[in-house]
Design a protein around this ligand. Structure first.
Ligand SMILES: [Cu+2]
Length: 281
C-alpha cells in the first residue's frame, strides 16, 4: 500500500514535470521558431560576427620537413561507473533508445582512455594556418551529441544538425567566444556557427535534455585529435620544433608533456590519468 502510494506520487511528479516542460517552454519556443526561423538559428547564423583575422607568426609549414606525434592515453586504476541516463522526460528519446543509456565520461577499456582531447598547446606561434572551409559537424541524434568530444579551427564552420524528431536546444558555454543558445524544433534542421577565438574547451549542453553534453576544442592550428576506443591519437604533419602537448579529459583535467621533434621525425608520447578513488557506498 505504501509502495503503491509512493509510485503514484512519483508518477504524478514525473507527469507534472513533463507538462511544465511541454507547456511552459517547449511549445512556445517551437512556435517562436516557426514564426521566426532565424531567431532560433534555423538559417545560417553566427553570434561571432567578425571574420577571424589571420593570426600567428606568418610562417608556413614546409611539408617536406614535417613529422608526427602519436601515442596513447591510459587510465590507471578502475574507471568509475558512468552515470545512468533516464530519458523519461521526453517520450521521443525514450523510444529512440531501447537499451539503458549512460554518460560517456569514462570510456575506458584495457586501461586505455577514449574521448581525450590531445592537442599542441604551445610551440606554433611562428606559424600561420589556413582556415578550413570544410565544416565540422555536431549531430543531435537519439538524444545524444555526436561526437561527444571534438575539435575545429578558429573560423572553420560548425554545422549543428538535429537528426531527431524532437526539440533540441544547443547551448554553448564558452568563456573566450560568444555564448549561443539555439533551439532546433524540427528534424533535419541545420545551423552554422563559427568561433572567433582559440578556446579549450567549449562545453555544450541541451536545455531540454539535461543529460546531453559535449565538448569542443577551438584551435588556431590543425594539430588536435581525440583518442579512440583504444586510447590512441595522432598529430600528423608537425613541423620540427619543441611543443607542449596537452591531453584534456572532461573529469580528470589536463596534463602536458614537452616534445622536441626533428625534421621528418615521428615520436611517441604516452599520457596517463589516475582514476578517481572508488566511491565508498
Ligand atoms: Cu536535446
Amino acid at each position: 500500500m505504501k509502495g503503491l502510494l509512493a509510485r503514484q506520487i512519483y508518477a504524478h511528479f514525473q507527469q507534472e514535470k513533463f507538462m511544465r516542460l511541454r507547456d511552459g517552454w517547449v511549445y512556445p519556443l517551437g512556435l517562436a521558431c516557426a514564426i521566426s526561423l532565424s531567431a532560433c538559428g534555423g538559417g545560417s547564423s553566427s553570434s561571432d560576427s567578425s571574420a577571424p583575422a589571420s593570426s600567428g607568426g606568418g610562417q608556413k609549414v614546409d611539408p617536406a620537413t614535417t613529422g608526427d606525434v602519436k601515442g596513447t592515453v591510459s587510465l590507471e586504476g578502475t574507471a568509475p561507473r558512468n552515470e545512468p541516463i533516464r530519458m523519461n522526460a521526453d517520450p521521443v528519446c525514450l523510444k529512440e533508445n531501447k537499451e539503458p543509456q549512460s554518460q560517456e565520461t569514462f570510456m575506458a577499456a584495457d586501461g586505455k582512455l577514449a574521448n581525450v582531447f590531445v592537442y599542441v598547446k604551445d610551440g606554433l606561434s611562428s606559424y600561420s594556418f589556413d582556415t578550413p572551409t570544410t565544416p565540422a559537424t555536431i549531430d543531435q541524434k537519439q538524444c545524444r551529441y555526436h561526437p561527444h568530444v571534438f575539435g575545429l579551427q578558429v573560423g572553420q564552420p560548425l554545422v549543428i544538425l538535429n537528426s531527431d524528431p524532437t526539440l533540441h536546444n544547443i547551448h554553448a558555454l564558452p568563456k573566450a567566444n560568444s555564448e549561443f543558445n539555439t533551439g532546433q524544433p524540427i528534424q533535419g534542421m541545420k545551423t552554422n556557427h563559427t568561433f572567433t577565438k582559440r578556446e579549450v574547451m567549449v562545453p555544450f549542453k541541451c536545455d531540454v535534455h539535461g543529460w546531453m553534453n559535449a565538448y569542443l576544442g577551438v584551435l588556431d592550428h590543425p594539430y588536435f585529435a581525440v583518442t579512440d576506443a583504444s586510447g590512441t591519437f595522432e598529430l600528423k604533419g608537425l613541423p620540427p620544433g619543441t611543443y607542449t602537448i596537452e591531453a584534456w579529459h572532461e573529469k580528470l583535467g589536463a596534463t602536458t608533456q614537452s616534445v622536441t621533434l626533428g625534421a621528418k621525425e615521428s615520436k611517441d608520447v604516452a599520457f596517463a590519468f589516475k582514476a578517481p578513488a572508488a566511491a565508498t557506498n
